[in-house]
Design a protein. Structure first.
Length: 442
């Protein structure tokens, strides 16, 4: 089948130009400049006045399957991905059971083959005791290793020095994606704040409990481990100006950083308005930290933007620092939120495409995705500016049914999403008969 995406403004590899993309079955067959000869097609999408981008690759999601599917599952969250222009996701291992055995990894791939509407891959989780399995991982199948050097959710904390040395020494060419928070510092802070404010301190205190000090201490240790073992380190959801200062002198071929949409959009002031809806680990911090993160988008210190999409039922988000669950759903609204930052002058649309498509593909060595190139899989998204719409519960595809963006009016709209050449999302409708593919690496 031949499809044309015609007349849009294509953004790809630092170029912005009018043109037409020719799709043959699953792949991009040609990219034609404006005023090219007419081409016959089975399907024509008129993208006049819109922008055509590579499909977004989100390197950091929690789809909750298996074991936590009252919150989310691969079917529901991949629908949310398609509606938001995300064509590929990498899922985290803190499910039930944890993805810390080869059998659990195989099970996730089997589940995704049946229910994911977009492309998928799964991180393998490191523990205090499973470093011997890392050499058995198929490096063409998994994006990397996920390591919790701070206690977050799922009880996957790795806190023994000898275990950390084994993991960094055994990872080989696979990136180690690390959640960096010092648990001892956090526990000490929590005890202190409970003594002062009671058993469930207000959520506005969350960034003082899961503090800058806790993040910096853990990130420093992760960088030292990577340098000692010559391992590839990818620091997940970086949150502080102090951590970004460390990235300024890092070798970015070896050590990279991810920022999340939530940390780039919200700041300390938003706890007053949204409360525990924006309680995440590591915590959303000060306006100064947020501005530093935004600067890091354009000066090379941040390599990719993901979401850490982590749905919970709204009932689980009630309470303060001790009781409310940490994590929020942002996948469906990640691209339009970042496009809002483009409108604000925080970054260019070319840089957005690099951070959300090109550089995730490069960092994890994704095969034939992340760029608009001949012969690549036709993972594409058509977005239209000056097309206002407001987030309502009826529009939310995530199973949890809520978003911190409810009531917010966006000026950009995702109109169509193509995954492997198939029009999976079209003006508000997801084709739930469509299935994604496993991502290949290296």
């Amino acid at each position: 089948m031949r499809t044309l995406i015609k007349g849009g403004t294509i953004v790809n590899e630092n170029r912005v130009f009018k043109g037409t993309i020719v799709i043959e079955d699953e792949t991009i067959a040609d990219i034609l400049a404006d005023h090219a000869p007419e081409v016959s097609a089975d399907q024509v999408v008129d993208a006049s006045g819109a922008y055509v981008l590579p499909g977004i690759i989100d390197d950091h999601v929690h789809f909750r399957e298996p074991g936590l599917t009252e919150k989310a599952d691969m079917e529901s969250e991949s629908r949310a991905a398609a509606a938001g222009g995300v064509t590929t996701f990498f899922d985290m291992p803190n499910t039930v059971p944890q993805t810390t055995t080869l059998e659990a990894l195989d099970d996730k791939y089997s589940r995704a083959a049946k229910s994911s509407h977009v492309n998928y891959a799964f991180f393998f989780g490191a523990t205090n005791d499973n470093a011997h399995l890392l050499s058995a991982l198929d490096r063409h199948r998994v994006p990397g290793i996920k390591l919790f050097m701070g206690s977050s959710t799922g009880n996957m904390l790795v806190d023994r020095d000898e275990a950390l040395d084994r993991i960094f020494g055994a990872a080989g060419p696979l990136p180690i994606m690390v959640h960096c928070e010092d648990t001892a510092i956090i526990n000490q802070n929590m005890a202190s704040f409970k003594a002062r404010y009671g058993e469930d301190p207000e959520v506005r205190l969350h960034p003082l409990i899961r503090s800058e000090e806790a993040c910096v201490a853990s990130t420093r240790k992760a960088i030292e481990l990577a340098q000692r073992h010559d391992a590839r380190l990818h620091i997940a959801h970086i949150t502080t100006a102090a951590e970004l200062a460390m990235m300024a002198s890092a070798d970015h071929q070896q050590i990279t950083a991810e920022a999340t949409v939530g940390h780039l959009y919200f700041s300390l002031e938003d706890y007053e308005r949204l409360g525990a809806k924006i309680k995440v680990n590591p915590a959303i911090k000060t306006l100064r930290d947020r501005e530093a993160l935004r600067q890091g988008l354009t000066d090379g210190r941040i390599t990719v933007v993901g979401t850490d999409h982590a749905p919970h039922l709204l009932a689980q988000k009630q309470g303060g620092c001790a009781r409310a669950a940490s994590g929020m759903p942002m996948l469906q609204f990640s691209l339009v939120t970042m496009l809002e930052l483009v409108d604000e002058g925080v970054l260019s649309i070319e840089r957005l495409v690099a951070l959300m498509a090109h550089q995730p593909a490069r960092l994890f060595e994704v095969s034939r995705r992340g760029f608009i190139r001949q012969g690549y899989q036709a993972d594409l998204v058509v977005v239209r500016p000056n097309s206002p719409w407001t987030v309502t519960p009826a529009l939310i595809e995530s199973k949890c049914g809520w978003s911190p963006m409810e009531g917010h009016t966006y000026q950009w709209r995702v109109e169509q999403t193509f995954c492997n050449g198939h029009l999976i999302y079209n003006h508000g409708r997801v084709d739930t008969a469509s299935q994604g593919q496993p991502v290949k690496f290296r």
